[in-house]
Design a protein. Structure first.
Lengths: 501, 493
């Protein structure tokens, strides 16, 4: 059984997606259990797979028994083993948490929604697990097309922003495909390991360089790297809660993974950082991304939209960390894939709960929330602390590695940008807390009896099915922080080639 | 140095966190406060149980998680940490009693939230005291910043909001903006953050300029020490209920600040390094300015709590000054002053709160003749003031004495002048108020001549702390012993 994990991770949700769609016609009640069961199997398999990789090393799984380069092979090492586990766990938790809000928002389209949801997860997991550059493109399109659908289901401005996303996403995917085409022309292979074996002789070729850069640009569009970010904020803001808390934590992070996979495995760090010699400008672009993301977030008056700009800044963290060209920075970037996925999920799930109860995420909707939804807000505070980078939440530790990497590379601009973004995050989140905590202001202050002081809003918390997954993720944020040492030593350190120091 | 591994430091930190769910869910105020007392008592006993071991010269270590070599989340109880933990955990018990009296008498809202965050803040304080390295200290320092925010802004009105903003701006702005990068640069230079008795930066081989820059970033970055120009959050934070001001702004928060600064000076850079580079002068200069300017501003205040706040700003810099002298006696004086000032200042804040509870007055000009109405409170106030000025029969005398000796030992005559002049200023801002409280003319008195004190829960704690302030002159142990043990291990003498 465990030898089939790589296939199970993708095949189970793929089949379940079709099954859910059919179930939607027969009896809507079956949709949720099928989807959750499929995602649960995926999550279980990928965690099992991660432990197998830690113990046994790289696993190569040949689809249908065909050998590469003819057949498609799935290739699981420490890097994507880790990302797989994160993606599947995030998708699983979010599926449970969003049950009520899905029933609330699309009572008639439950089947369609779950089908898209599960298929999108299939696509994302496939992107991560596959060892074939063209297969990656196919799965990229699966994830993207289902993503457009999930976002458009928000209706209204959601449809329009999904259309915008579709244009940009398609352009990004085309770039990637073009780059892979170049690589295929030069090497005659689509298998990543195979390409990596052939490429070193061709490193002087301009075509290879073009392939690399075109692939990178495509991936950057897909991950909303500033200034290619314009599609992201609206698409994520106007999407339904259940969709945005799936796409926001995962899509950008999976694309970062693809970027790192290209830097480390398909090409070599030696090529990416030394022969190509574009690291410096890219890190400066990342600095701009971080600063602009932070500043743009400051001007938003809607919680969800503010968070989407923080995502733009966080993408800058990871791109910058990966391109610093040293081991510590790369460790930070990979660790931040994990941490950012988890903490973005945490805050977006909290927003989902808030929207479910108060029907909006504009700042005016947030008044008195510490009273109304203390548990949701408690978890939100944990997520916010992680985004600010307060130990022992996990966000602190990836920031530690990123800043360390910047210092080692002598790139103080990146260090300053990271510190600046942490400070802006303090402002951003405490502005939210202030509204939730102080407002609505009462006229007199001080000394009524113990309960009659403010016009106290009564407690009106989200249902338990939404709260429990939220608590789980909040606790995970702290646990991942405390186990950072193990994650880095046993997984990330092994994932980065020895050559990168 | 002999060390033993024990889970006690972790328990001492966790005990107040573990009662949080109980506090948060308890419906009856009496049950809630009983649990607070239990937690405070247990915490104090755990700290106390470690005292004999520490006095024998053994250190207690406990590691939670090591995430990179040299930077773990780790506890290490040494003499100085013990000193601070003793002060803060013992005062938590007394403050709890006082809080009950104050909060109930004023019928404050959200008392549950208040007690919950108080408990969290105490965990963080003891965590700072027992930290084995800069990372752990930073962790608990930040935890304290965020845990005290709801306490400072307890009233939830517009004034509280603007004070809260100022509080965060200064405290979190400096810790993220200055301490975090400085800590990472230190780590990348030396590969460790572990506090060493000679400082872990000693062998880094960095240039004088870099060491100086890092020192400034770390000393000013721990802005809870309120060294000027990062002091103005402290008066702003006086918007909090008085027990919060008392414990957090005379004992826990500000003392965590100076504690961290002392750790930075002695255990990050080390006295030898700073002496050889002559960097102590910067610290001494900043502290002297803060002492004098703080005292002058205190002189001009009418709000009692605001006056106490500026007095605290000045007094905190005594600690920084003493350690910045880098002479054994000066360092001992600075460390002992943490304890002495804590008991004196908390008495003064308790008195300010008791007056507010009994009369609703906040300004000293409205309190003429208050001594006749509240003789016990004002006597305690007098004792507290004496301790702050540094006169016998109060504990404050001992720390001032050591500081004066320290300035002579370091041959810093200007510092001696600062110390003596500042004592005069202290007397100048305390004594007229005390005098007019007792000895005003009958027609000036603003209160009737009947004795009417605050509720017993308010009065008893302030009497206790006042008595302790006196006792500390005659039995200054274990504080002086702990401080001199720490200084001995630093200087190797």
């Amino acid at each position: 059984m465990s030898s089939q994990y790589p296939a199970l991770i993708v095949v189970v949700p793929l089949l379940a997606g079709l099954l859910v769609f059919i179930a939607g016609w027969v009896n809507k009640k079956w949709c949720f259990p099928i989807a959750v069961a499929a995602l649960g199997i995926s999550a279980y398999s990928s965690i099992g797979l991660l432990f197998r990789v830690i113990n046994e090393g790289v696993i190569v799984y040949k689809m249908g028994g065909w050998d590469p380069p003819m057949g498609i092979s799935y290739y699981v090492d420490h890097l994507n083993g880790l990302v797989l586990a994160v993606v599947s766990v995030v998708a699983f938790l979010n599926a449970i948490a969003s049950k009520r809000s899905i029933e609330d928002e699309f009572p008639d389209n439950i089947g369609a929604f779950y089908a898209l949801y599960v298929l999108m997860v299939t696509g994302l997991l496939g992107i991560v697990v596959t060892g074939d550059a063209f297969n990656l493109y196919v799965l990229l399109e699966i994830a993207a097309l289902t993503g457009y659908g999930l976002i458009a289901m928000g209706g209204g401005r959601g449809s329009l922003s999904a259309l915008n996303y579709l244009y940009m996403g398609t352009i990004g995917a085309c770039f990637y495909l073009l780059g892979v085409g170049y690589l295929y022309i030069m090497t005659g292979s689509l298998n990543m390991v195979d390409i990596a074996r052939i490429l070193p002789d061709l490193y002087q070729s301009k075509a290879v360089m073009a392939a690399f850069i075109i692939c990178m640009v495509g991936v950057w569009i897909k991950m909303a790297f500033f200034p290619l970010h314009a599609w992201l904020p609206n698409a994520y803001t106007y999407a339904p809660s259940a969709s945005s808390s799936l796409v926001a934590p995962l899509v950008t992070k999976v694309m970062i993974y693809v970027m790192i996979r290209f830097i480390l495995t398909v090409f070599t760090p030696e090529y990416s950082f030394n022969i190509l010699a574009v690291s410096q400008p890219i890190v400066w672009l990342a600095v701009i991304a971080i600063v602009m993301g932070a500043l743009l977030a400051l001007k938003e008056r809607n919680l969800k939209k503010m968070l989407t700009y923080i995502i733009v800044a966080e993408v800058g963290y990871m791109v910058g960390g990966a391109w610093l060209g040293n081991r510590v920075g790369m460790t930070g970037a990979i660790l931040h894939i994990v941490n950012d996925a988890l903490m973005t999920l945490c805050v977006f799930m909290a927003v989902g709960n808030i929207v479910y109860k108060v029907k909006g995420a504009d700042f005016e909707n947030l008044q008195g929330l510490f009273r109304k939804m203390p548990f949701t807000m408690g978890a939100f505070v944990v997520g916010a602390m992680s985004m600010i980078g307060v130990p022992p939440t996990c966000g602190f530790f990836s920031k530690w590695y990123l800043i360390s990497g910047a210092i080692q590379a002598g790139h103080y601009g990146f260090m300053v940008a990271l510190v600046f973004s942490s400070l802006v995050n303090v402002v951003l989140f405490f502005r939210i807390f202030e509204i939730c905590y102080y407002e609505p202001f009462s006229d007199h202050h001080g000394h009524g009896d113990e309960h009659g002081h403010h016009p106290e809003p009564a407690m009106d918390e989200a249902p338990v099915t939404m709260l429990v997954p939220l608590f789980v993720i909040a606790v995970i944020l702290v646990l991942v922080g405390l186990y950072t040492g193990d994650i880095v030593n046993q997984i990330i350190d092994v994932a980065i080639p020895k050559g990168l120091v | 140095m002999e060390t033993i591994v024990s889970i006690k430091p972790l328990l001492a930190v966790l005990v107040s966190l573990m009662v949080v769910p109980i506090l948060a869910s308890s419906r009856a105020p009496n049950v809630r406060e009983a649990w607070t007392f239990v937690a405070a008592g247990v915490k104090f006993l755990i700290v106390l149980s470690m005292l004999p071991t520490i006095l024998k010269g053994t250190e207690i270590v406990y590691t939670i998680a090591e995430f990179v070599p040299g930077a773990a989340i780790q506890f290490r109880v040494d003499a100085f940490g013990m000193l601070f933990a003793l002060v803060s955990s013992s005062l938590w018990i007394i403050t709890t009693a006082y809080s009950i009296g104050y909060m109930r008498a004023l019928k404050e809202h959200s008392q549950t939230r208040y007690f919950v965050f108080f408990a969290v803040a105490l965990s963080a304080t003891v965590g700072v005291a027992f930290s084995a390295n800069l990372l752990t200290m930073y962790l608990f320092y930040e935890m304290l910043s965020f845990a005290t925010y709801p306490l400072v802004t307890h009233h939830q009105d517009k004034e509280a909001r603007s004070s809260g903003r100022k509080y965060l701006l200064y405290i979190v702005g400096t810790s993220i903006g200055l301490v975090l990068p400085a800590m990472l640069i230190c780590y990348n230079l030396t590969g460790t953050l572990e506090f060493g008795k000679q400082g872990f930066m000693a062998g880094a081989g960095a240039s004088k300029g870099l060491i100086g820059l890092l020192m400034v970033m770390l000393v000013f970055g721990f802005a809870k020490a309120a060294i000027m120009p990062f002091h103005s959050w402290l008066p702003a934070a006086m918007v909090a209920p008085t027990p919060v001001s008392a414990l957090l702004h005379a004992v826990a928060v500000v003392k965590v600040g100076v504690f961290s600064v002392v750790r930075v000076i002695t255990c990050v850079f080390g006295t030898n390094l700073l002496l050889s580079l002559d960097l102590g002068t910067i610290i001494v200069f900043a502290a002297s300015v803060t002492i004098l300017v703080g005292s002058f501003i205190a002189l001009s205040q009418d709000g009692l709590k605001r006056m106490l706040a500026f007095s605290t700003i000045a007094q905190l810099s005594y600690v920084v000054l003493g350690v910045g002298l880098l002479s054994p006696k000066g360092m001992t004086g600075g460390m002992v002053h943490i304890a002495m000032h804590a008991f004196g200042k908390i008495t003064l804040f308790f008195c300010a709160g008791a007056i507010f509870v009994a009369t609703g007055k906040k300004n000293m000009s409205d309190m003429v003749g208050i001594g006749r109405r509240m003789p016990i409170t004002m006597t305690a106030f007098f004792i507290g003031a004496l301790s702050i000025i540094g006169m016998p029969p109060c504990g404050g005398f001992i720390s001032k004495w050591y500081l004066v000796l320290g300035s002579l030992q370091a041959q810093q005559i200007p510092v001696l002048v600062v110390l003596l002049f500042s004592s005069l200023l202290n007397a100048a801002y305390f004594m007229p108020f005390v005098y007019r409280a007792f000895f005003c003319k009958p027609e000036e008195a603003m209160f009737e001549n009947t004795i009417k004190e605050a509720p017993p829960f308010c009065v008893v704690p302030l009497v206790v702390t006042a008595i302790i302030s006196i006792i500390l002159l005659f039995y200054p142990q274990p504080f002086v012993r702990l401080a001199s043990m720490m200084v001995q291990s630093i200087t190797g003498a």
